[in-house]
Ligand binder design. Structure first.
Ligand code: FAD
Length: 414
């Protein structure tokens, strides 16, 4: 611990450095101040922009309804130093130093919050008209593309691909084709019976969904599928997922998992001393679900930092570390529907429907031993709010009552 700590008479580490200035990084810095951290806080981020929020990029920002999505945080007033447009390139835990484009940065405690980066379509890089949607720059490049009247092909029918297709289809006369290698949208996230009704949403919105469609090649002006189909494309948007942005940690000794994510413990500590990891870049063991979770959603980048900040501040005062074991949550806007998911389900869990999936509002619940472990709510935010609490409390449910969509979820307990 540095000299300044002792000079200040504080037991708190003098300098916390946060690598990555996205949601998780910013929230960590803010939470440190909220929890009374008095040492210095430095936030290092690769992007040159004032830190911003990502969910609006595929919604209001893309549609031109909002210019940007900068966080409403007064960094100066909070005493948070920003170093933007500065890429972190390496970590030497033995020296307690971070390597950056601008030279080494010493730390007492480091928080890794470098998030995720989009998976690129092999062979499509450098082809004119191929876009990704992860950053503000991506969204700004895509806005005029969306406004132009030409065919657009979206590769990938995940949450973000669908949000883009929706934004595109919302513009009259704009063709959009979504190609998906699997047999249904959201194949990695939801079971077939739940994703099936969602396939109809594409057609209802005027977007063409082509499943079992594997991209063979992208060339200027066209996407070629492996069945020989040639799809004319004025632009291509690739939305095939994201992977943790952790390449800069290779050789540092920080353990990375199968997806390249930082393997954190239940206190969000990494395998290197005084190095924490949070947000899209890190997985953590969930005692609640008896599984290791890698969550790429906004709420995880909000809640995780609170645990990290608590543990940094508490550690200095000798308090036992807090455990991070949330009920994961996310939302998405899919073709005019508000879709929310809370919890975590496995293939062996029992699926139970509330409402007709052909209708505008329905919920799917997943039960394990009559306890709710997850739910997906389409246009039923009350189900989501109540269900999330019931998952948290582990209250036994009555499946018969639960299946009645007219009955509030909280009144369907055993
Ligand atoms: C278009 C879009 C829409 C989304 N919509 C939703 C939604 O509706 N609902 C929902 O729940 N979630 C949504 N998400 C997911 C959500 O935004 C993420 O889970 C959240 O942003 C994760 O925050 P993070 O800080 O961990 O990572 P990030 O937001 O990725 O931030 C990490 C930051 O670190 C920086 N960085 C990376 N590497 C380095 C390096 N080597 N050196 C310095 N800086 C570095 C990056 O530039 C970035 O600014 C959406 C994501 C996207 C891209």
């Amino acid at each position: 611990m540095s000299e300044q700590t002792q000079e200040a008479g504080s037991a708190q580490p003098w300098r916390v450095v946060v690598a990555g200035a996205g949601m998780a990084g910013v929230q960590t810095a803010v939470a440190l101040r909220e929890k009374g951290f008095t040492g210095s806080v430095l936030l290092v981020g690769a992007e040159p922009h004032q830190p911003y929020d990502r969910p609006p990029l595929s919604k209001a920002v893309l549609l031109g309804k909002s210019e940007g999505s900068a966080f409403d945080v007064d960094f100066e007033a909070l005493g948070i130093e920003l170093r933007l447009g500065c890429e972190v390139t390496g970590l030497r835990p033995g020296d307690r130093e971070l390597d950056t484009e601008d030279g080494p940065v010493p730390y007492d405690v480091l928080v890794v919050a470098t998030g995720a980066e989009p998976i690129r379509l092999p062979g499509a890089e450098g082809v004119p008209g191929v876009h990704l949607l992860r950053t503000l720059d991506d969204a700004e490049r895509l806005r005029p593309v969306l406004a132009r009247q030409h065919d657009i092909v979206v590769v990938g029918a995940g949450w973000i691909g669908a949000e883009f297709a929706n934004a595109r289809a919302a513009r009259a006369g704009c063709a959009v084709t979504v190609v998906k290698a699997a047999e249904r949208p959201l194949a990695g996230a939801l079971p077939a019976e739940v994703a099936a009704p969602m396939a109809d949403w594409y057609a209802d919105a005027g977007a063409e969904l082509r499943t079992h469609a594997r991209v063979e090649r992208v060339e200027p002006g066209a996407v070629l599928l492996d069945d020989g189909t040639r799809l004319p494309s004025g632009a291509v948007v690739v939305g095939i997922g994201a992977r943790p942005a952790t390449a800069w940690l290779s050789g540092s000794g920080v353990e990375l998992g199968a997806h390249g994510e930082v393997v954190a413990d239940e206190h969000l500590r990494t395998t290197a001393p005084d190095v924490y990891a949070v947000g899209d870049c890190a997985s953590f063991p969930s005692g609640r679900y008896d599984d290791r979770l890698l969550v790429h959603h906004w709420d995880n980048a909000l809640q995780g930092p609170r645990t990290v900040a608590l543990n940094i501040v508490g550690r200095a005062s000798g308090e036992p570390p807090a455990v991070y074991d949330p009920v994961p949550y996310f939302w998405s806007e899919q073709f005019g529907r508000f879709v929310q998911y809370a919890g975590h389900h496995a293939a062996a869990d029992t699926t139970l429907w509330r409402g007709d999936p052909a209708g505008p509002a329905w919920t799917v619940c997943w039960l394990r031993d009559d306890r709710l472990v997850a739910l997906l709510a389409v246009g039923r935010p009350r189900d989501l709010a109540q269900g999330r609490r019931l998952i948290e409390s582990g209250t036994p449910m009555n499946p018969t009552l639960l299946a009645d969509p007219a009955r509030p979820l909280k009144a369907a307990t055993a």
